[in-house]
Ligand binder design. Structure first.
Ligand SMILES: NC(=O)CC[C@H](N)C(=O)O
Length: 318
């Protein structure tokens, strides 16, 4: 049995007892209707010979939403190299994920690739010389390779709902197009972005997919996915920007790089040790999984993973 199994079982049991679970995202019916009592957790050790350990609803697929921005960035960095950083920044925004305020001051260059505006620029990079369908397939192919599961796909209903309701994302994209920071038609760029947000994965798949970030850019089979330097860059961005205007609090209470999505998933990275994924659909006021964040804090406390020193009590607010 994995050395993580007992800890994961304890975390799942503790989270099942939590009564305050937040509210699922309400902007599309496919997310609003997910049962908030759901909770899953999985840990994938860097040594790929050891399969992920998991507990709770770790094999139930959910909408990964903004967690996809990690995989989009990975691919875009491979394509565009450091030139990408001329079109998107690398610093925290301190604003909500869909904020538009900074864009005007900063001439259509988003603060980082993990806020929506930044991921929309990344989607534009992924569209170079391709149709939107091919760009989406490229991201799916990467994710399938990373988690070793050809069955991962996009939820077409989620993608359609995103497109129907995505007026703010359309506003962000149009503003950046006006500033000359998009090269392709706005609707094509958004098609790529919305489909990436609609990728459905389980915690077990997501933890396995994130393993390269804990393993200096290599998959378990020692296949390079990205250079060690770029893996380090993505991890640093996850730590500083992965939870938007709650990134500082997540750093304090969990203390590892993490990327959240409004579907209630969070991908975490412990460099040199493991990647992990949690999922619970109820969100806190900042749009991050309430129980997922708590579970990560408990896991970090029990494993000593926080880079900021020991955590003896995951209760927030201290
Ligand atoms: N934080 C998120 O997960 C945001 C993703 C969502 N699809 C949006 O674009 O608004």
């Amino acid at each position: 049995m994995s050395r993580f199994q007992a800890t994961l079982d304890a975390v799942a049991a503790a989270m099942a007892r939590e009564t305050e679970r937040g509210a699922p995202a309400s902007y599309i019916p496919e997310l609003a209707g997910v049962d908030p009592s759901r909770f899953g957790v999985a840990v994938a050790p860097v040594d790929a010979a050891r399969p992920p350990a998991a507990a709770g609803d770790a094999d139930v697929r959910f909408s990964i939403q903004s967690v996809c921005k990690v995989f989009m960035l990975t691919l875009a960095l491979e394509r565009a190299g450091d030139a990408l950083w001329r079109r998107v920044g690398r610093e925290p925004s301190g604003d909500p994920f869909n904020s538009i305020v900074q864009l005007e001051h900063e001439r259509g260059v988003p603060r980082n690739p993990f806020i929506n505006a930044g991921a929309i620029v990344v989607a534009d990079v992924l569209l170079a010389d391709r149709t939107p369908e091919a760009a989406i397939l490229d991201v799916l192919t990467l994710v399938r390779r990373l988690c070793g599961d050809e069955g991962v796909g996009c939820d077409a209903r989620v993608a359609a709902s995103e497109a129907r309701t995505g007026m703010r994302n359309r506003a962000l994209a149009n503003f950046m197009a006006a500033e000359g920071n998009l090269r392709h038609p706005v609707e094509q760029v958004l098609q790529v972005y919305f489909h990436c947000c609609a990728i459905a994965m389980s915690c077990r798949q997501l933890a396995a997919a994130g393993r390269y970030l804990a393993a200096a850019g290599r998959t378990g089979g020692c296949d390079p996915v990205i250079t060690p330097q770029r893996a380090r860059r993505i991890n640093a961005l996850m730590l500083t920007c992965g939870h938007y205007d709650a990134s500082g609090e997540f750093a304090f209470s969990v203390g590892i790089p993490g990327k959240s999505g409004v579907g209630g998933g969070i991908l975490g990275v412990v460099p040199g040790v493991a990647s992990l994924a949690v999922w619970s659909p109820g969100l806190n006021a900042k749009g991050n999984s309430l129980i997922g964040s708590k579970a990560m804090a408990m896991l970090a406390a029990r494993t000593g993973w926080s880079v900021f020193g020991p955590l003896d009590d995951p209760a927030p607010g201290r």
